[in-house]
Ligand binder design. Sequence first.
Ligand code: GDP
Ligand code: MG
Length: 202
Amino acid sequence: MLFPMNINSATFLTSATDLKSCKSSVYPEFAFIGRSNVGKSSLINMLTNNRKLAKVSETPGKTQLINFFSINGNWTLVDLPGYGYARVSKDKRAGFNEAVADFLDQRETLLQTFVLIDSRLPPQEIDKEFIKWMIGSNIPFSVVFTKADKQSTSKTNTNVAYFCKTVLEGITPAPMSFISSSETKAGRKEILAHIDVLMSAR
Ligand SMILES: Nc1nc2c(ncn2[C@@H]2O[C@H](COP(=O)(O)OP(=O)(O)O)[C@@H](O)[C@H]2O)c(=O)[nH]1
Ligand SMILES: [Mg+2]
């Protein structure tokens, strides 16, 4: 049985446009990345039990800022700009925001990245490209399959199994994966327990 850590406080800290404008921090950071509209901000709100913390958008591709949220005063959630919608970087990075690439690759206090994948869809090219870039850059990550409430459990399980087999198999160390819903709060205790483990192991 998992006992999720308590979230006693969750507050907006600051925003940044790129890595060099990010304030340095002494606290461990957990970042959320994925296609625009996959549910990054909703997941942060679900984890913190605060529907208004991160701005949830009906308009894909709107958030282009790196947003920091302080949790319990000693760790941080980072809402990253989504990829796959407009604003494609011009260099050879896998079509995602350059600020995101710099942050994931170079941010010293980043302890783990959660790559969000829409549980309803077959593996998308852009997500596969992004994961390839993460592996090539040696950046540790976990995967969160979002919006599980939007379909049957068996459909979710089929899609997740297929994604794990075709995209995640063979990656070492094997990434953890989670199934989540911001509506039902599925995945909340598992993701928080994982964060807890990573912080304790530090
Ligand atoms: N039903 C359902 N809708 C979701 C879930 N997560 C996000 N959404 C919806 O998907 C849209 C995009 O969510 P948002 O968190 O802004 O995505 P972001 O662009 O990745 O930050 C919004 O309309 C959310 O209400 C979920 O788990 N279940
Ligand atoms: Mg967002």
